[in-house]
Structure formats: C-alpha cells, structure tokens
Design a protein around this ligand. Structure first.
Ligand code: ADP
Ligand code: MG
Length: 716
C-alpha cells in the first residue's frame, strides 16, 4: 500500500470525477449521475445493501430448505401460468442441473421480458431462499445472473470475482446491472479506498477498536474475512461500524463544541430574589409536582451561573411545562431583563400570551403579544416598546426572531414545542441579546439515541410526572359503521356539562378544500347530529382575532362541540373538554395523535378519545391506531413512531440543521453513537483541539461536515 496521503490531499483525490475511471463512458456517467454518483467518494460510500455468499455453489439436490442458497441451473420450462387457488397469474421457470430440479416463481413481472430472459436452455446462477411446500421446492423472485454459452468453470476462471467469494449486492440503480456496478465499483474501490484518510485522532480509533477508514471502505464493498465480522443480510459488521463511528464522531464533536462554546461564554448570572416567584407560587391553585420542582431547580442553577443556559425541558403532554417556564421567566424579570417566548403557531402564541399575561398582570408586570395580525403601525409601536424595555415579556411566533425586533436587554429566551424548530432558530434567539439564557420545551419524548443527536448541545431536564388526579384517556378505534356510537358518547358528555373536539386532518393538497371540508362538516354536524347543541369551527385560515374569539367562546362554554383542523394540535388547554373524535385518524402521525389526544384528559374526570378509522386504512395506519389504543405513555408512542417511520422522517434531520448521514442509522447504531459521543465530548474539552497543529485535520473535517452550521466563529 502507498503511504497515506494527508487528509486534505485525500479529500482532493476522492473528489475525482467518475468520468476519469476506466470503462465509465458518457452514457454510464449519466446513469450514475442519476443515482447521485458523480465522484469517487460517492461510490466509496455507496455501500452494498446486502451480500451474496457465493463461496459455495450447491447442487440442486443439496439445496437446504429455508436457507439462502446459490445454484446453477439450466431452464427446462418457462411460462406464465394461472393459479386457480390464488386466482392470479404467475410466471414459473423450472431449472435443473443433473442432480435435480426446482421451480422458480415470480408474482410481479413483465411477461415478454421474462420469456426472453429465461428461454428454454438458458443457464444462469440463481440466488434465493429455498421454500418447501410438501414435496415441492420453490424459490420466489430469485436473483439471476445469466451465464451465456460458456461453462461455469470457464466463467469462474475468467471472472474469479463473481464466484467463490462473498459478493456485494448494491441498491438497484436504473440502467445499471449488478454485474456492471460490481465491475466499475470494484475498480474505484481498489484504486481509491486505500487513499481515504480519517482525521479522527489515532488514540480514539485504537481505544474503540475502529478499523482504519481505508480498510473499512474496502471491506464494506468486498469483505475479505466475513464469518463473525459480517451480517450478510444487513451488512452490519466491523467495517460498516467504522464508517458509522466516523460519521457520529464528527456529528457529536460539532455538537460538543457548540455546547462548549456556549458554556464557556460569559452570560448573565441571575440572582434568585423570589420577588415575583414567591407571590406566584402563593397564587397558584395547586402545588408544583416534585418533578416540576426538581426541573425548576436545575433551571435556576443554570440561570445563576455566569454562563448562558442552554437547557431542554422534556415533559409529556400535560405535565405542566408552562408553569415551569413562567417561573423561569420571573427569575429573569426579577433581574431587570426581558423574556421572549417563541411558539410554533399563532394560536399557541396567543394561548401562551393569555396565560402569561394573566399571571404577570397580577404581579404588576407587562406582557405583550407580537401577533401576525397587528397593523404595521401597531407593530412598530410594539417594537419600540420592546426596544425601550417597557415590556417585560414578549410572546409570539417566529416573528419574534425577525430582524426588526430588538430588546433593551433580553435575559431569557423560551422556545416552546421545540420539535417544530431547529438548531438554527436557537441561534437566532441567542443573537437577540448578549448571550441570554435559552430554555427549550418539548412534549415529544425523544428516544435517547435521538435526543443525543438532535439536542446534543443542550442539557436535559425531564418532567417525568403528571400532576395528581389525572385519569388516563380511554381510547377506542372506531370503524365507519360505528360512527353513531361515537356521536352518542359525545352527546352523553355534553349532557354532563363537558365539551368535545372533532378534529379533521389536513387532507387535500390545497388548504382551501381542506377548509371547505371542515366547514361543510361543521354545518352538517350542527344541522343533523347536534341540533340541540352549539357547534363551533376553528381552522388555520381564520384571522387571529377570529381564532381568539372562537377559543374564548369554547373556554367560556358557549360552544359544546368544537370542529377543528389540526390548529389545536399543540398546547391548547381547556380542562373541561373531555372527549375528542378524530376523523381519518390513520392519516395522522403518532406524535401528532399523541399531541391531539393530550388536549383531553386535563381534568380529574374520565376523558375519551375516539379514533375514526376509514375502510381504506393502510397496515401502517392500523398499527399506529393500535399503538394509540394500547398506551398513553408518550415515550412508548415515540419509540413505536420511530420504528414505523424511520428516523429520517421522524426527525426531519435536514430541517433540524444537522448534517446528513450517509451510512449511519440512528435506530440501528445507538451503541456506536454513545461511544462516539463520549470520545467527541472528551476531545472537545481539550483546549489543544482548536489551536494545535496536531488537530488541524480534525478541525478541517469538522468544517467540511458541518459547514456554516457550526458557527465556528463563535467557538474559536
Ligand atoms: P404541557 O406540559 O402540556 O405544556 P401545561 O403546562 O399546559 O402542560 O399544563 C397542563 C395543565 O396542568 C394546565 O391546566 C396547568 O394549569 C395544570 N398544571 C400544571 N402543573 C400542575 C400541578 N402541579 N398540579 C395541578 N395542575 C397543574
Ligand atoms: Mg405546553
């Protein structure tokens, strides 16, 4: 092997365009480009999604039931047939090798193509799982590689790479066969994998027994010594682990530096004077739960420190995060600084405003709502007040983060329901003051591996206790035919003096038709189902004052049934509402259903949630609704959600401002993530990291992966 190039040189070499590779002409180049493969590096990281074990080619008579096997056979018969039992057409090919014969079946196929490909007399290498039905053995949808006229021995001699070893199977790319992919990629891997250099410090690699990057890449494509090291079906093994570690390490190092950067900067050291917090505690109609008190203690501890707080409060729906935030706000105000509260929607901002305003007023303090509905004159007047420090607490949507908004002295920024915001928004808020404290609140209970990633730069507090006297919501899944049952339950609750939500999903492509659906439904419900009760309508298209009026009417019990689109998803707090019916429930994600359901069950009495499942519900949809009926534990729901949807969608990684993963999988690779995090956080403590020449490559790699998202300037 040539000596390793430097990291930068290695990066340059791996950026070589594929057109420089022998055998890659313009046509192939185009096909590869369609699969986002344009450089050598792209190919190196385009890993096989599984492997085929061709170390042993079996005689057909010796094929083992239930195993993935490789065999060579000649086509004896090839035809489309009709199975009367399944009432379906299938394509069947019978192959033999002198020792026996076996039937190959396809259930999805193009007939003409199959006929041509598997003409009688054709010889091919087949791979697939051997199934036995009584005396008959079959393989369904086998992989096939046509051998042509040559003998197997001849072919094995000519093409030793395709036989007698473990072969990579690449994710399918249109216009590119496995055979061509293997040939081209092999050249790339042979020539360039040895040039890959990881800038992770050597002692860290050693301690964690991580293969050198060059070796890991080569082994991922062409495993040398499989056995215990490699799972053929999933590709996991020491080679893949090395790539995963590499990705996680730089992710976590970036997060660690962000956190360290913030922690080390000077911040405001607040004094806890109890001037407002004590009177508030005395006014509250309840005592804080032990969990609320513990979390508040953690927050106060951070606020008193002379560095900026950067803390995430996680607490299930209804766990009482708002009051904790209010207490923190009062500490900031006691110290003559201002507070900004950022909510994901107008409606939630309004709701928060009403709550905060209510309490602050009693304490002689001033809250303001920076609403989207303000006229530009009102807005600039409010901006002026905020700048002059005449407002103690401002609530709003991301409007608060906009440029025109400047504070006289911002002490604390609170972001509610963080899952809607990303890392970047936190940065914006921070720049509204001189290193104000930041408190983030989320109801999404994020599985540990994910919270390490998504919130890796935040300290975590968990409110793991609900206020006493809550009764878990009874949840049932109802099919269309049992709709009447749902309405009867709603009527019964209303007659007891309670209120109901009926929720419609965002269904159509256009918000307008969704709206029409909701308003038509509201009218029909009023006229036909609830003629003796008052039906109201709340949707995202209403003007803020209109929304507020509807919410106020509902709060004052002037509305019995509130028909709503998902605008009520987050944070709405009306304890008297005891039943929620969700239309087309299968169209919602689990996290959303959990949030929605959290709008009921806020009082001591029994509440109900009815999930209407339509006839055409997918199996994923059914699974989601089952999970909802089974548990109200937000943590279990989040895990199920993650399993059903996969982490990419769950997190919206991009949107969250995190680098993408090429290899790592947050679900599968949790253990690696923790190991990488531990090392990265330790290295981040080392003052040499940001200055020493020894770490120049590590720093460079960090910049490469994170780009501007790291705001390295603030770290220096
Ligand atoms: P979330 O954590 O979902 O934001 P909220 O802060 O909206 O929850 O609180 C839910 C409800 O519980 C509110 O009506 C709030 O007044 C009430 N609450 C909060 N803390 C307590 C407590 N310690 N005891 C009783 N009720 C509480
Ligand atoms: Mg809340």
């Amino acid at each position: 092997m040539p000596p390793n190039p430097s990291y930068l040189r290695s990066r340059q070499l791996l950026a070589t365009p594929l057109s420089h590779i022998k055998g890659v002409g313009p046509r192939l180049q185009q096909i590869l480009a369609k699969a986002n493969l344009t450089t050598v590096e792209d190919v190196l990281y385009h890993l096989p999604h599984r492997y085929e074990d061709r170390r042993e080619i079996r005689r057909i008579a010796q094929l083992r039931d239930g195993r993935q096997e490789v065999f060579v056979g000649e086509v004896l018969a090839s035809a489309e047939t009709f199975t009367p039992k399944a009432r379906k057409r299938i394509y069947e090919v019978v192959v033999a090798d002198g020792s026996g014969q076996i039937s190959l079946k396809w259930f999805h196929y193009r007939k003409d193509w199959m006929k041509k490909r598997f003409a009688v007399g054709t010889r091919a290498v087949f791979t697939g799982e051997i199934k036995r039905f009584g005396l008959v053995r079959e393989v369904h949808h086998p992989d096939a590689e046509i051998l042509g006229a040559k003998s197997l021995d001849q072919i094995m001699a000519e093409d030793p790479w395709s036989f007698g070893r473990i072969l990579p199977v690449y994710p399918l790319t249109e216009g590119l066969s496995q055979k061509v992919a293997r040939k081209i990629f092999k050249q790339v891997v042979d020539q360039f994998a040895p040039l890959a250099v990881s800038p992770i410090p050597a002692d860290i690699l050693q301690r964690n027994q991580i293969l050198p990057l060059a070796q890991a890449l080569a082994e991922c494509h062409w495993p040398e010594d499989p056995g215990a090291h490699l799972d053929l079906e999933t590709g996991s093994g020491r080679a893949r682990s090395a790539l995963v570690f590499d990705e996680f390490f730089f992710l976590e190092l970036g997060l660690a530096l962000k956190r360290r950067g913030v922690v080390l900067e000077p911040g405001i050291a607040f004094a806890v004077t109890h001037k407002y917090t004590r009177p508030l505690a005395q006014m509250l109609p309840f005592r804080l739960t032990a969990a609320q008190r513990r979390v508040l203690g953690e927050i106060k501890h951070d606020m008193m420190a002379p560095h900026p707080m950067n803390r995430l409060v996680q607490g299930d729906v209804g766990s009482g995060k708002t009051i904790v935030a209010l207490m923190a706000a009062l500490v900031a105000i006691e110290n003559h600084t201002q507070v900004a509260v950022v909510a994901p929607t107008e409606i939630l901002a309004e709701q928060h405003y009403l709550q905060f305003h209510g309490w602050l007023e009693k304490l002689g303090l001033r809250a303001a709502l920076l609403s989207g509905s303000l006229s530009s004159k009102e807005k600039s007047a409010l901006h002026e007040k905020i700048r002059a420090g005449e407002v103690d607490l401002v609530v709003g949507t991301h409007a608060v983060l906009q440029q025109g908004v400047a504070f006289q002295r911002l002490g604390l920024g609170i972001i509610d329901e963080q899952h809607r915001f990303g890392v970047l928004q936190r940065g914006l808020l921070r720049h509204k003051g001189e290193n104000p404290d930041i408190l983030v609140m989320t109801a999404t209970p994020i599985p540990r591996t994910l919270s390490l990633t998504l919130y890796g730069d935040l300290a975590l507090s968990v409110i793991d206790e609900l206020p006493p006297g809550r009764t878990p919501v009874k949840t049932r899944v109802l099919s269309e035919s049992r709709r009447e049952e749902g309405y009867r339950l709603i009527k019964k609750e209303i007659e007891k003096g309670r209120q109901a939500y009926i929720v419609y999903p965002l269904v159509e492509e256009s918000e307008k038709s969704e709206l029409q659906a909701a308003s038509a439904a509201a009218q029909a419900l009023q006229a036909e189902v609830f003629p003796h009760h008052r039906v109201g309508l709340l949707h995202g298209r209403l003007k803020p004052q209109e929304k507020e009026a509807v919410m106020a009417a509902f709060k004052n019990r002037e509305i019995d049934v509130l028909v709503a689109t998902t605008v009520i998803e987050v944070g709405i707090d009306i304890p008297n509402a005891s039943v929620m019916l969700i239309e087309h429930a299968e169209r919602f994600g689990l996290a959303q259903l959990h949030q929605l359901r959290g709008r009921v069950g806020r009082g001591a009495e029994q509440s109900h949630c009815l999930l209407m499942q339509s006839a055409r519900c997918s199996s994923d949809g059914k699974r989601r609704l089952e999970v909802m009926a089974e548990t109200s534990d937000g943590f279990r729901i989040a895990e199920a959600d993650l399993e059903i949807r996969g982490p990419g969608e769950f997190l919206g990684t991009r949107q969250a401002g995190l680098p993408d993963f090429r290899v790592a999988n947050l679900l599968r690779d949790g253990r690696m993530l923790e190991a990488a995090r531990e090392e990265a956080f330790r290295l981040a403590q080392d003052p040499a990291l940001m200055s020493h020449a020894q770490y120049a490559d590590t720093r460079q790699a960090l910049m490469d992966r994170w780009g501007s998202r790291l705001e390295l300037a603030t770290i220096g």
